[in-house]
Design a protein around this ligand. Structure first.
Ligand code: NAD
Ligand code: LMR
Length: 330
């Protein structure tokens, strides 16, 4: 196992800094390259004093090529966060171009890298990355991921708050996308008939809290941004899980991810034909090459089917908007 180079784009930001701190502690990473707008050299100098083997370097936007060259994995938390009253889709006009330009840099400098997208709106920014890579003939659907792990992390926390007998580490399956109605928690998958222990009002409240957990943080931060620390935790969990599979060869690592369904045509063909969706968040098992398997959507309850029915048209709109941002400009 040889440790690898990981690039954080937007490393000086609210997510970028704690995410870099968490990743600096991994022995699967030999080199952490921190890309900022002007530079991330201050953050890099600070982190480089931590006595782990991982080397840390800082780069500005005009040094994007050197930052990305040789990257095994590129994590993208670059962009603008929400303020109260905004939807994630309101960020599209600000973040679509930032993500496109970073994807161009990836296509040019590290076309085989794993690309992990955090920048919102994830439902649209992932199609942007995929379209850019396609336009350069270097798209591999097994290597591009929208990180929707925070929805799973939140769902686990909120379920455990409702029923403290359920350990907060218990995994909850959350599928769909990463915004409002597109976030579909499958609480019927939880053991011991958890969902049957809830009244309809409790189920509605818990589902709503998982779907709109991001708004809770945006509101509490009063204009100073959105979730950063919980996102850094979720982003590190996802990145390290992927590295464990791709670098260390660990099997059985599963995380929820918003992916292009062609990453596992066999398991997703029927779902794709039924819904007409190209992208969807599902549990994904990692392998040496990224996606090794997309787990099929489990049998859902009537309640969850209604959530899916609301999510699908919204997702289609978000995906089409992201894809068109690239295809209409070519
Ligand atoms: P932030 O403003 O604190 O940090 C973003 C950083 O990106 C800034 O330092 C900015 O200078 C930098 N940046 C902008 N353009 C860049 C470029 N071209 N190259 C390099 N760096 C660039 O914001 P934040 O709180 O860290 O959030 C970042 C993004 O993550 C937002 O879009 C937010 O909505 C999103 N987010 C996603 C999730 C999720 O679950 N996927 C969770 C939380 C936040
Ligand atoms: C989140 O879920 O916390 C992020 O997507 C940030 C946001 O805008 O809510």
């Amino acid at each position: 196992m040889s440790p690898v180079k990981v690039v954080i784009c937007g490393a000086a930001g609210g997510i970028g800094q704690p995410l870099s701190l968490l990743l600096k502690q991994s022995d699967l990473i030999a080199h952490l390259a921190l890309l900022g707008v002007v530079t991330a050299s201050g953050i890099a100098a600070d982190l480089s004093h931590i006595n782990t083997k991982c080397k840390v370097t800082g780069h500005g936007k005009d040094q994007i090529d050197e930052a990305l060259q040789g990257a095994h994995t590129v994590v993208i938390p670059a962009g603008v966060p929400r303020k109260p009253g905004m939807t994630r889709d309101d960020l599209f006009k600000l973040n679509a171009g930032i993500v496109r330009d970073l994807a161009e840099g990836i296509a040019k400098n590290c076309p085989k890298a794993f690309v992990l997208v955090i920048s919102n709106p994830v439902n649209s920014t992932v199609p942007i990355v995929c379209q850019v890579l396609k336009s350069h003939g270097v798209f591999n659907p097994s290597k591009v991921f929208g990180i929707s792990t925070l929805d799973v992390v939140r769902a686990s926390s909120f379920v455990s708050e409702v029923n403290p007998a359920i350990d907060p580490s218990t995994r909850v399956t959350v599928v769909g996308g990463h915004s409002g109605v597109t976030i579909v928690p499958l609480l019927s998958q939880l053991p011991n008939n958890f969902v049957d222990s809830l009244s309809r009002d409790q189920l509605d409240a818990l589902t709503h809290r998982i779907q709109y957990g991001g708004d809770e943080v945006v509101k509490a931060k009063k204009g100073a941004g959105s979730a950063t620390l919980s996102m850094a935790y979720a982003g590190a969990r996802f990145t390290l899980g992927l590295l464990q599979a791709t670098v260390a060869g660990k099997t059985g690592v599963v995380e929820s991810a918003y992916v292009h369904l062609d990453a596992d045509k066999e398991n997703t063909a029927a779902f794709k034909a039924k819904t007409g969706l190209d992208y969807f968040a599902l549990d994904v098992e990692f392998g040496r090459e990224g996606v090794s398997r997309i787990l099929k959507l489990p049998k859902v309850s009537r309640y969850e089917q209604a959530l899916l029915d609301a999510a699908i048209p919204e997702l289609k709109t978000n995906i089409a908007k992201g894809a068109a941002f690239i295809t209409d400009s070519v």
